[in-house]
Unconditional design. Structure first.
Length: 232
């Protein structure tokens, strides 16, 4: 497998390369406050779901962890931690939880269908002539799963926050941040009556226009850095 397919940013399943997570980018990038809340849920769901599943799939738990249907179990774990995150967010700020309720519900689905398990689960244990496993220990495997899941979540979370930093000032001439009491608090706000057409970026159509520009720029840069890596 080539580098451009493996890289979490330049690979074929990156958020801009394969347009993975486009629904999250459209819905949650309208406000920086929403983007921060969804970005935190990405880290929470990705890291905890993948790390717990890799531990359950280890030889230590093979007596009670089934071999069949593991993909469905992983999806259930994703939704379990997604529900836990929503509960914690609701306890901290009910208004913020209501504002990002639907995008946060999409995070477990995105994690479960991202194919991250194939990249985090170790290969079958290699054994010596006496049948003793020679592969990496459980601690090494868990650290690797933690690092890979956090890295993939970081790419989409960072892109989500960066898009919101561009989209919210263009659409609302303001910048917001999550608040425990009010759901979100406005850091600054200007009069948007002077540039009314810019309000298009508040809608999904404007978000798609912005993401289309970013995806095009991404492909141009990728073609220069990795020859043959862009879409022809």
């Amino acid at each position: 497998m080539s580098f451009k397919n493996q890289s979490i940013f330049w690979g074929d399943r990156s958020p801009l390369g394969g347009l993975c997570g486009i629904s999250l980018l459209v819905m949650a990038s309208g406000r920086l406050a929403w983007a921060v809340s969804v970005a935190l849920s990405l880290f929470f769901v990705y890291v905890l779901s993948v790390t717990l599943f890799v531990f359950l799939a280890s030889p230590m738990c093979k007596k009670f962890f089934p071999e069949a249907g593991r993909a469905h179990i992983f999806t259930c774990l994703c939704y379990l931690f997604g529900g836990v995150y929503l509960l914690l967010l609701w306890l901290i700020s009910p208004l913020a939880a209501m504002e990002v309720f639907f995008p946060v519900l999409l995070v477990p689905l995105f994690c479960g269908e991202s194919g991250i398990l194939s990249r985090c689960l170790p290969q079958e244990d290699e054994r010596d002539c006496r049948g003793v496993p020679t592969g990496p220990g459980l601690a090494v495997v868990l650290r690797g799963a933690f690092a890979k899941s956090a890295g993939e979540a970081w790419v989409l979370a960072l892109l989500l926050v960066l898009v919101s930093l561009v989209r919210e000032p263009l659409a609302y001439f303001s910048l917001s941040f999550p608040s425990p009491s009010a759901g979100m608090v406005t850091v600054f706000s200007f009069n948007y009556g002077l540039l009314f057409p810019m309000r298009i970026f508040a809608s999904s159509a404007g978000a798609l226009l912005l993401l289309g520009y970013l995806a095009g720029a991404y492909q141009q840069i990728k073609r220069k850095i990795l020859p043959g890596g862009g879409i022809e």
